[in-house]
Design a binder for this molecule. Structure first.
Ligand code: BG6
Length: 460
């Protein structure tokens, strides 16, 4: 049984409800289930069904291309809001659903709410005894500052055990991100090279070409560092840097990824470049003197034996020249007789977008009479793997919640470590450089990468 708080809000409409229907299309929902939408307004079940149908019509998948009738008859709505003092219609709706599908149905609370509402709803879940045995899903950001994180974390742990909590970072649900551990640990080609002995630097580069016009208010209070760096980019860095998990079980993968966050060296402010695209302050909802970063580049070090001294270059920004999501391991030049291998001649790169892709840059003999070397690329589009049915990140993550698999979620301890690593930048915020829309961001970030430069932007 799934209770969706904020069921008529924007996030539910764009992401959660479509993901749920996609699970139905793939046959990945339990045999019997109910989804109770919770919201402040009053709606009948029928009106909620109509709402869901219109969300699907707008954001897909097409309701007519799936088991819509069966899906629709399992949707319920509980209006009147939900607070610690007043549960509205929710407790009745949960009791009725339990009668319909049985007391042993797993209860899942999905807080599809603005982060500032997490506290009140968590309290309300505790006050009405809905925490026991349940799973609970929190959207990002789980706390927007070190203090905010700690307060929320303490409150959540007063109602739920850590094992009940599923904090979403949808980058971890991407097919390409999951391939970082799949590819690495399943291939003799990759596992032995995954260390400082072979890797000169790692680049995690997520340029975006869109601006933030449709959510300028939210964005201006957040900025790229909080929206993307301390969340998605740090988690992906941990995914790259983790030690081999004991096994491929959910718990072992989770603990391998989250425990390496403790080895993130606190970022030195001089290793961070912030930017703001020109024209940002003219957007509706953005103050004329806003100092918000729409771009961040950072050089992170991870102090494990495996990665000591290897810079992890992290970059993201709005209104940049391209939209890409790339993790690249740049290899050292081989020692030996070939002395003209360029700095970026050997690169293993994964795209995290869509179903994911692997590209390997190698040096090869240029066909012809001479022994001359030329760069070449081997590419594997992971969507072409026979029988594969790529899942969108939200679909994959909600499925994991339903089966109780926490491997792709963040942990309380891990998040505490991400804030620890960011703290120096919060204490001494670097200056914000302007950059031209459609560019690769402030030139000041080029110095972070040494002789390698940023891989994206050189070849695009
Ligand atoms: C979100 C950020 O979490 O991730 C957005 O808030 C960003 O600013 C988005 O654009 C990028 O993710 P994706 O998977 O939609 O490209």
């Amino acid at each position: 049984m799934f209770v969706l708080y904020g069921a008529t809000g924007d996030l539910a409409r764009r992401m959660v409800l479509p993901a749920f229907f996609e699970l139905a299309q793939h046959g990945l929902l339990p045999e019997d289930w109910r989804l109770i939408g919770s919201g402040r307004g009053e709606r009948t079940d029928e009106e909620f069904v109509e709402h869901v149908r219109s969300a699907l019509a707008e954001f897909g998948p097409d309701p007519d291309e799936g088991p819509w009738d069966d899906f629709a008859q399992r949707l319920r709505f509980a209006g009147g809001g939900f607070t610690a003092d007043d549960p509205g219609q929710l407790l009745d709706a949960v009791a009725t659903a339990r009668k319909e599908i049985g007391d042993d149905a797993q209860l899942v609370h999905y807080l599809s709410l603005p982060p500032k509402a997490f506290t009140d709803y968590t309290r309300a879940l505790g006050a009405h005894g809905l925490g026991e045995g349940a799973r609970v899903v929190y959207e990002k950001p789980f706390g927007a500052s070190p203090e905010g994180f700690r307060e929320l974390d303490d409150l959540v742990h007063s109602v739920f055990d850590e094992e009940q909590v599923f904090r979403i970072d949808h980058f971890l649900g991407k097919e390409g991100t999951q391939d970082l551990h799949a590819l690495r640990f399943a291939n003799g080609l990759f596992e032995p090279m995954w260390s400082r002995e072979h890797v000169a630097q790692v680049q995690i580069d997520v340029p975006e070409d869109l601006d933030v016009a449709d959510r300028a208010d939210f964005y201006d209070a957040t900025g790229a560092t909080l929206d993307m760096l301390v969340t998605h980019l740090f988690q992906v860095a941990a995914e790259v840097a983790m030690e081999p998990p004991v096994s491929f079980s959910a718990d072992d993968i989770l603990s391998a990824r989250e425990s390496v966050l403790a080895n993130f060296r606190p970022l030195a402010p001089e290793d961070v470049v912030l930017g703001q695209f020109e024209g940002y302050r003219e957007l509706d909802g953005v103050p004329d003197d806003s100092d918000t970063d729409t771009y961040v580049a950072a050089r992170l070090f991870i102090d494990t034996g495996r990665w000591r001294g290897v810079p992890f270059l992290l970059r993201t920004g709005k209104r940049m020249a391209a939209k890409q999501q790339r993790v690249s391991l740049v290899l050292h030049r081989p020692k030996g007789p070939v002395n003209d291998v360029p700095a970026n001649g050997n690169v293993v790169s994964l795209s995290l977008a869509g179903a994911g892709a692997v590209d390997i840059d190698v040096m090869a003999k240029k066909p012809g009479p001479d022994l001359a070397m030329a760069p070449a690329r081997v590419s594997l589009d992971l969507s072409k793997i026979p029988g594969g049915e790529p899942l969108a990140p939200y679909v994959s993550l909600i499925h994991d919640v339903l089966i109780g698999d926490r491997s792709l979620f963040t942990t309380s301890e891990g998040l505490a470590q991400t804030w620890r690593a960011l703290q120096p930048v919060l204490d001494a915020r670097p200056e914000v450089h302007p950059y031209a829309p459609g560019s690769w961001g402030p030139a000041a970030a080029n110095a972070l990468t040494g002789e390698h430069g940023w891989l994206l932007g050189q070849t695009e």
